[in-house]
Ligand binder design. Structure first.
Ligand code: TRP
Length: 337
């Protein structure tokens, strides 16, 4: 039996960081052999937020593909593609949008949050509100079964599932699998500054390709327990970003050292600096192989471009097949034969 499919992707607005890793990238890596995996760059969607500087989208797309390769996705198996390289997607999204009410589109909680967070007021484009429908086309165009994403995407996935169900009902078929959502082991990763969300615009990130020195500096400057003034004060482990990162990025061989640090921290028997120094080592062990693979591909841009070209052609075939089926089912097939 053919493998089931994964589709997921990134909006090319900047490099990916360790929050993306625990949110979605590690699931992509884990499942890449079990599923046929499609990873897209939502470059057309990026126009809705980067409309003043469209030239950077290509560069961000390239960087996002590097990040995905760096964490260990195998370009021999994984299909990397871009929205803009698959015009069939626009038609799929246009057809889907005929079945989504205007109110439903505006009710999407992630869209509402983004409007608030980005301070868009009522100056957001039609395409911005339509984005979750485009995302449904991204997913349904390749008939994906599973979508590994960060928790902020769950509302979008609910809408994709609705669209899949509605189109199946309208066409009285099972044309689309109802895509399952897979959220990473951490919904939102706390930033280095203690902000509950790590984000580029918040300046509290650790990027996947970042240099050893830069990471050390960021770790040594991390927010810990604000109530703790001296190393002899009892400290709080719960919710402390340094311990959260130790738990997430340490390996089994760190477990006993981390348990010991926690015990001493609570008793006021270890200073922040010593714990942070240990964390710096943990982060370096985690990031070194990622950085190495990233540098390998970064030095071979032609190889990366070919991966994207091949993948986009492959994804285009799938989308064209789906579109043809959908057009036929909806009696839009007069000119298709
Ligand atoms: N909206 C996602 C993000 O910003 C990116 C994305 C676009 C996506 N299309 C997708 C994710 C389809 C999963 C499936 O992170």
């Amino acid at each position: 039996m053919a493998k089931k499919r994964i589709l997921t992707g990134d909006t090319p607005t900047g490099k990916l960081h360790i929050g993306h890793y625990v949110g979605t990238l590690e699931n992509r890596v884990k499942l890449q052999n079990e599923y046929e995996t499609f990873i897209l760059s939502a470059d057309t969607h990026a126009l809705s937020t980067l409309s003043k500087t469209p030239t950077v989208i290509g560069e961000h797309t390239f960087q996002n593909v590097l990040d995905n390769l760096a964490v260990g996705l195998d370009p021999k198996n994984v299909v990397f593609w871009t929205e803009s390289g698959v015009p069939e997607l626009y038609e799929l999204a246009a057809i889907m949008s005929m079945y989504v009410s205007h109110n439903r589109a505006l009710r999407n909680p992630t869209v509402k949050d983004e409007i608030k967070m980005k301070g868009l007021g009522d100056h957001f484009s039609l395409g911005f509100v339509n984005y979750p429908i485009f995302q449904a086309a991204d997913i349904l165009g390749v008939k994906a079964h599973l979508v590994p994403v960060g928790v902020d995407q769950v509302a979008h996935l609910e809408q994709s599932r609705e669209i899949a169900r509605d189109l199946n009902a309208i066409t009285e078929t099972e044309l689309f699998p109802i895509p399952e959502v897979l959220v990473g082991r951490v919904g939102k990763l706390v930033g280095t500054d203690g902000n509950p969300k790590m984000g580029k615009s918040l300046g509290n990130t650790i990027y996947l390709g970042e240099s050893k020195e830069e990471v050390q500096k960021k770790v040594m400057g991390m927010y810990t327990d604000p109530m703790r003034i001296r190393a002899t004060d009892p400290g709080t482990v719960e919710g402390n970003p340094v311990f959260i990162y130790l738990d997430l990025f340490g390996t089994d061989s760190d477990a006993s050292a981390v348990a010991d640090f926690k015990a001493r921290y609570v008793e006021g028997k270890v200073g922040d600096i010593e714990v942070k120094q240990y964390l710096a080592g943990v982060m370096e062990r985690f990031l070194a192989p990622i950085r190495e693979r990233r540098e390998y591909f970064e030095a071979r841009p032609d190889v990366v471009r070919q991966i994207m070209i091949d993948g986009t052609l492959r994804a285009r075939e799938e989308n064209a097949l789906t579109l043809k089926e959908l057009r036929t089912l909806l009696n839009l097939s007069v000119f298709v034969g």
